[in-house]
Design a protein around this ligand. Structure first.
Ligand SMILES: Cc1ncc(COP(=O)(O)O)c(C=O)c1O
Length: 378
């Protein structure tokens, strides 16, 4: 067993060795420009389209509805900026939630400088958006609803299907940031009814710096960049073939193993929680186990400062805090704040996230390491 034990899969995942093997030839040998007309170029075009199919299959989209991007941040920027600029004749109002990732909140904030108005919906104590709040927030000038599929800090899954019915009924586009969900839970874009959906490769065992945006057929969005006509002109720039191959392979592996990976993430999280509850008193479980990603556990240890805990166990187990520490000042996470969590609980919250490689042995070790550290600090 290699130490420290990695239990921060929501931050990023290691690259699957099969993904590495698949991409190596495209780094070492197959260097042709996919836009070239001779064979080493043309073949890479075919390779990209194979990857497009692999990504599409994972989320039940059509291949032509997938555009490759540099990751979750770009996909969110493109979906939000692109759709509201294209739809500005309808109006300049956007509905989002108060627990989105900065790759959504900061896009929305920036748009306010250019005349857009944002409604930030509240969430309940479990971090869930109430669909009826979405409905009440709709105005004649609402052009976009953007609500994440699942939350990166606490794992809450949002009622996207219910929200999409409201969006459709009111003829408003719906985007969902599914960076944390794709590969962990079943996503069927047709069944949940989204118009735009963001994917981040490094959350599903592909490398960092690659992602995809699902754009439902017929949905018109403005480009972020202009250049030559790659990606049907939607996202120009010579394609990052090796990374695209990697994302395709990662999606294929995720499609073929979705149930087994779900089970492993769920079981290891359950074992971890049971072990911690057995060893320690005064634990507050923030994650709603019944409506969350299978791997995510946000948990507070009463009166233990989260940064002190993660630093103390840093050589044994890698987990993250629910707050950011800048120059010694602890800033409470906006997600926990939006859930109306009191400051002390928020400051003692850690996020533990398991992955497809997490083993029972690692969990046994983590339970002991975390419990010992908490008892030491108590
Ligand atoms: C929910 C969510 N959205 C977007 C992103 C950004 O993705 P990327 O790191 O690929 O830009 C992340 C990454 O942490 C995330 O968790």
């Amino acid at each position: 067993m290699e130490k420290p034990i990695y239990l921060d899969y929501n931050a990023t995942t290691p690259i699957d060795p099969d993904v590495i093997n698949e991409m190596i030839p495209f780094i070492q040998s197959y260097f042709g420009n996919p836009s070239s007309s001779y064979s080493i170029g043309r073949e890479n075009k075919g390779t990209i389209n194979k990857a497009r199919k692999q990504v599409a299959t994972l989320i039940n989209a059509r291949p032509e509805e997938i555009t490759f991007t540099s990751g979750g941040t770009e996909s969110n920027n493109h979906a939000i900026r692109g759709s509201v600029i294209a739809g500005q004749e309808k109006g300049k109002h956007i509905i989002t939630s108060s627990i989105e990732h900065p790759a959504v909140t900061n896009v929305c904030r920036h748009l306010t400088l250019q005349g857009w108005e944002i409604t930030w919906l509240p969430v309940d104590k479990t971090g869930k958006v109430n669909p009826s709040d979405v409905e009440s927030a709709i105005r004649p000038d609402t052009a976009l609803i953007t609500i994440m599929h699942s939350n990166n800090e606490i794992g809450t899954i949002q009622p996207i299907k219910e929200i999409s019915e409201i969006a459709k009924h009111n003829n408003i586009l719906l985007h969902s940031d599914a960076a944390q969900s794709v590969g962990k839970v079943d996503i069927d874009v047709k069944a949940i009814g989204v118009d735009l959906l963001s994917i981040a490769g490094h959350k599903l065992y592909a490398p960092k710096g690659i992602g995809a945006l699902y754009i439902k057929q017929g949905v018109d969005i403005e480009n972020l960049m202009y250049g030559a006509g790659q990606e049907e002109g939607v996202r120009p720039g010579t394609e990052n073939v090796a990374q695209i191959v990697a994302l395709g392979k990662a999606c294929e592996i995720a499609t073929n193993n979705i149930d087994i990976n779900y089970r492993n993430m769920f079981d290891t999280r359950e074992k971890l929680l049971e072990g911690l509850l057995r060893n320690l008193k005064n634990i507050k479980v923030n994650t709603n186990i019944d409506n969350s990603l299978p791997n995510t556990l946000s948990i507070a240890f009463d009166k233990i400062e989260a940064h002190t805990l993660t630093t103390l166990i840093g050589n044994e187990v890698l987990i993250s805090t629910g707050s950011a520490c800048h120059s010694g000042i602890t800033e409470i996470s906006s997600v926990l704040k939006a859930m109306n969590m009191d400051l002390l609980t928020a400051a003692s919250t850690v996020r533990i996230s398991t992955g497809k490689y997490t083993t029972e042995e690692e969990i046994d070790f983590a339970i002991e390491a975390i419990s010992n550290a908490v008892l030491k600090l108590s």
